[in-house]
Design a protein around this ligand. Structure first.
Ligand code: DCP
Length: 230
């Protein structure tokens, strides 16, 4: 009923029948095809799509922080990831009118994938990692980060590597297959291995297929995706 409110996601999120806005996160490796997925759903009325704010990471008052991080991860890893944490939090908190919001990645994958990768590969000093962990824990304990469904575009690192070479993004020229393998493994551990409790149900979509086939998949699964989120 209109007055019926209930709790989901570890009891942190209150929903009320009329004003509830569904939130979907699109997760996946670098070049897994998240942008294509978002573009497809952006054509649906009632859905607001929010791409990762890369344009902010490549221009922080004139500084290309993403490029700096790839050039010298030990020096710039914490700076980039602190900034990404801020910009993703701003995306999560942004007001919206649309009944469904679809986000590219989340503050969760920023931490569980990219911060973990820098630390575990020995490219981030332990003290930098500790500071980022404390920020992340505080934010996720004290702030509302709404999510109703996590969609995981599951790819092989090899496919991502091929796509990455094709798109030729300047900052990413140093991204190797080994790097994509590490990111892939962390995604598998986080979402499939479920070492931590996920903040929402998970839908896995195999995403190694070519563009046409992926668009067909989204067409086929749109009911499932949108239905599961609402
Ligand atoms: N990145 C990072 N740390 C994060 C998030 C992203 O270092 N917490 C980096 C990885 C990439 C770049 O930012 O070099 C952009 O991420 P993606 O390539 O995954 O974004 P795209 O929009 O290109 O994704 P896709 O190709 O799936 O559409």
């Amino acid at each position: 009923s209109y007055f019926l409110s209930y709790f989901v996601s570890k009891g942190t999120r209150m929903r009320s029948g009329q004003d509830h806005k569904a939130v979907i996160w699109i997760e996946g490796n670098i070049a897994s095809g998240k942008t294509t997925c978002l573009e497809y759903f952006s054509k649906t009325t009632n859905i607001e799509v929010c791409p990762e704010p890369i344009f902010r990471w490549t221009n922080v008052r004139g500084h290309n922080l993403l490029a700096l991080m790839y050039q010298d991860p030990e020096r710039w890893g914490i700076t980039l990831q602190t900034y990404i944490q801020l910009t993703m939090l701003q995306v999560h908190q942004a007001p919206t009118c649309a009944p469904i919001r679809m986000l590219e990645r989340s503050i969760y994958s920023a931490k569980h994938i990219f911060v973990e990768n820098l630390y575990r590969s020995g490219q981030m000093p332990e003290v930098d990692y500790a500071v980022l962990c404390e920020w992340f824990d505080w934010i996720t304990t004290n702030m509302l980060i709404p999510v109703d469904l996590i969609v995981y575009l599951q790819t092989s690192p090899e496919t991502c590597h091929e796509r990455l070479k094709l798109r030729c993004r300047e900052e990413e020229k140093v991204v190797s297959l080994a790097h994509l393998e590490s990111i892939h493994q962390l995604y598998e551990d986080w979402l499939i291995g479920c070492r931590t409790t996920l903040p929402a149900p998970l839908l896995v979509i195999p995403a190694d297929h070519d563009l046409q086939e992926m668009l067909l998949q989204y067409e086929e699964k749109r009911g499932k995706i949108l239905g599961a989120a609402c």
